[in-house]
Design a binder for this molecule. Structure first.
Ligand code: HEM
Length: 400
């Protein structure tokens, strides 16, 4: 039977967060290894195994199977963390709401005003050491996307919405950390109150106004549409913001590969962005609970088992990707040959937004950030505590 073998580093370690491949490389070839274990959790990491796991949606889910015990646990959870429980119950749980949101996301792409991003990246052209650069970059995706919807907010509110969203995502999948869960609850309470107010006061002519109107006219409850919109809003800081940091780092680590994009920005397309995201992005590990038995790499998985999908392992699997550590824009991405955005039941709702955002800002970044700039790796800081995300918190860049 295949096994989960202990990793000789914690998944929270800085070196694992930044470069997991060095630890996983020997494991890929071990046929009797199903995954690795660390900090009391089991992780699958190969492309094929994770593809099977992602596709096994009739046997696994992110939530535990419903039993009397889990229902009692949920009631207790709801008593202590009512906003989290509300979000859990209503966000993305109604197919009609998901369909409408998806349609609006297509229109949202055209409403993003990218000129607003120019001053942020313009700073990168100024000589000197930029230490707190990410503090500015991190707010940009949320600012652009909320504006495109037609949300009203000021600078202080944006900061609060951002911090509240981070607190929530940080508590995802960290099931045993009560302090994080409590902070997540506080965060979602703030964001929920904001969202309720915005739903009531949405200005006619905005996408938000149309979304609220259409949802209500379609018989969708406000709980479903508010919780789902909240998910969208809360996803922006942790996804695009953190992945931007990984991208900036790789622009400066892979100068030769990136040079053609500097010279001919029209080469930047979905394929290029997918390759940046494959090489490095913010997603770390997402949990799955087994609801009914099935076999994964020769091992029977049974109800009650739980494990995590370790996404960087999928993206760097040398049995699937030739020369996986290279940034190679010749790779051809198809619908089925990558899992950068997950798939099946929990496929990313923001994939098109992410591709469009990065394709739109990359020429501006490359035009401003000189090729001779360097990331000061020794001073780079990460927050490794998250299970769901890999987070760079400080990325000092030196511009000669
Ligand atoms: C930066 C690029 C992004 C990457 C690499 C990425 C990756 C992923 C992955 C791998 C999943 C699957 C989760 C699982 O297996 O459990 C996912 C789900 C999700 N993503 Fe993204 N994402 C990105 C950007 C975004 C953006 C911009 C948004 C929204 C603003 C977003 C919202 C979501 C949501 C809400 C889900 C959960 C969907 C569900 O449960 O039905 N993501 N994403």
């Amino acid at each position: 039977m295949t096994q989960f073998v202990p990793l000789d580093v914690s998944i929270f370690d800085r070196s694992f967060t930044l470069d997991p491949f060095q630890y996983l490389k020997p494991l890929y070839a071990e046929k009797d290894v199903l995954g690795f274990s660390s900090e009391g959790m089991n992780f699958c990491f190969r492309f094929e195994d994770c593809k099977d796991l992602i596709g096994a949606h009739t046997h696994v889910a992110r939530e535990p199977a419903t039993t009397e015990e889990t229902e009692a646990e949920f009631r207790e959870f709801a008593r202590r963390y009512p906003n989290r429980a509300w979000h859990f119950q209503y966000s993305l749980t109604d197919i009609k709401t998901k369909v409408i949101l998806n349609r609006y996301l297509a229109d949202l792409l055209d409403k993003i005003v990218l000129e607003d991003a120019a001053p942020v990246f313009g700073v990168l052209g100024e000589p000197g050491q930029h230490n707190d650069y990410l503090d500015v970059v991190r707010l940009l995706p949320m600012r652009l996307l909320l504006s495109a919807w037609g949300f009203e907010f000021d600078a202080a509110q944006l900061e609060k919405l951002y911090d509240a969203s981070v607190a929530l995502v940080k508590s995802f999948d960290n099931y045993d950390n009560e302090a994080l869960i409590a902070e997540g609850e506080e965060g979602i309470a703030y964001n929920r109150a904001y969202m309720v107010e915005q739903f009531e006061t949405a200005n006619p002519g905005t996408l938000l106004h149309d979304f609220v109107k259409e949802s209500r006219e379609s018989g969708i409850s406000d709980d479903h549409s508010i919780a789902t919109m909240l998910t969208f809003m809360q996803a922006t800081p942790n996804t695009i913001s953190v992945s931007t940091a990984f991208m900036l780092r790789n622009i400066l680590r892979f100068r030769d590969e990136v040079r053609p994009l500097r010279e001919t920005p029209s080469l930047i397309d979905d394929n290029v962005i997918l390759e940046f995201l494959r090489r490095d992005n913010h997603v770390k590990a997402l949990s799955r609970q087994i609801h009914s038995s099935f076999v994964l790499r020769g091992r029977e998985m049974n109800p009650g088992d739980s494990l995590y999908i370790f996404y960087p392992g999928i993206n760097l699997d040398p049995t699937h990707w030739k020369n996986p550590l290279a940034l190679d824009f010749q790779r051809e991405f198809t619908r089925d040959n990558h899992n950068v955005f997950g798939g099946s039941r929990y496929a990313c709702i923001g994939s098109r937004i992410a591709l469009k955002y990065f394709a739109a800002i990359l020429p501006g970044v490359l035009a401003n950030l000189p090729e001779s700039a360097q990331v000061i790796e020794d001073e780079l800081e990460v927050d490794g505590d998250w299970i769901a995300e890999r987070v760079i918190t400080k990325l000092p860049i030196f511009v000669p």
